[in-house]
Design a protein around this ligand. Sequence first.
Ligand code: V47
Length: 359
Amino acid sequence: MTRLFENIRTKIEAGARVSDAEALALFESNDLLAVGELAALANRRRNGDRVFFNVNRHINYTNLCVNRCTFCAFCREVEDEGCYTLALNDILEKAAEAVAAGATEIHMVGGLHPDLPFDFYLEMLAALRADSPQLHIKAFTAVEIDYFAGLTGQSVEQVIDELRGAGLGSMPGGGAEIFAAEVRQKICPEKISGERWLEVTEKVHRSGLKTNATMLFGHLEGYGDRVDHLGRLRTLQDATGGFQAFIPLAFQPDNTRVPGAKGVGGADALKTLAISRIYLDNFDHVKAYWVMLGLKIAQVSLAFGVNDIDGTVVEEKIGHDAGAASPQALSKEQLCAMIRKAGRTPVERDTLYNELTVC
Ligand code: V47
């Protein structure tokens, strides 16, 4: 094991790439602190001691979804109690509240609604841009883009062009789940394949839009599936350079239908964040999404290679419907204090990682 850590340290110092076999060996290691130290080294060389956050607001415009992913506690069918679709005015009001609270971004995703036409999404973007031009709209995922292409009969490229024309600024990293087909088939059988997610994302990057990438972990996948997932992202990033941040999402099991899944422990969460930092040498940012990790693990992860702690969020449904114990919102001051108390320098950023203020 010591030899493994020495070899990886040498690679990090030389700017050389860690192999899949080495990443797997790190997952299989129980020396959490040694893994974390390597990740902290990789991050320090790239990002110094600064840690990013942003002031944002999530808006989930609908929870109606034609897919029935077993890991998802958020989605509903039309006849289900608790299903909703926000009216355009409500969406605009939430965005206006975000502006008043100093937000620079809205993060908008929703279910694959059975009936809403593509024009609804174009109108929503255009109205948001007209009403709140100072907000960057980060919305939809490769899953929605593929769905819109199917709805309209247009190519993925045409769909992206129209969304961009209406105000789309970038895309979050959701819908990636785990690419490995056998597990994907069990947790989201109707969702587009991992290959299709990567293909659509490549087209989004080629159109000039930045995206993030996620990995849902702690359900039925094994370490090999995680390494496979990271490997496919690293390969696509080599080709396009279009990913900004990688966000491992810790699975929340409540109200879901994944047999036997128990959720993610702190050690596994920290190890996964750390190995992501070590392996993804072509990603600038690894983000700890505090909603799924909890505040304490998110803060500790700053010593395990993480350099971004996401945002103020304000209203979160996907994780909380599945039992996330984190708060709904954090203030800018709380985020700054979390980062400062971990001995790091908090930097407010915008969606595209322009630095706004050090707090
Ligand atoms: O795509 C669904 C995941 C994602 C559960 O790009 C679950 O900046 C845990 O993608 N337990 C949506 N995770 C959230 C997302 C995201 C969040 C924050 C920042 C960014 C970004 C992206 O949440 C879904 C799915 O992978 N998810 N159900 C669950 N039970």
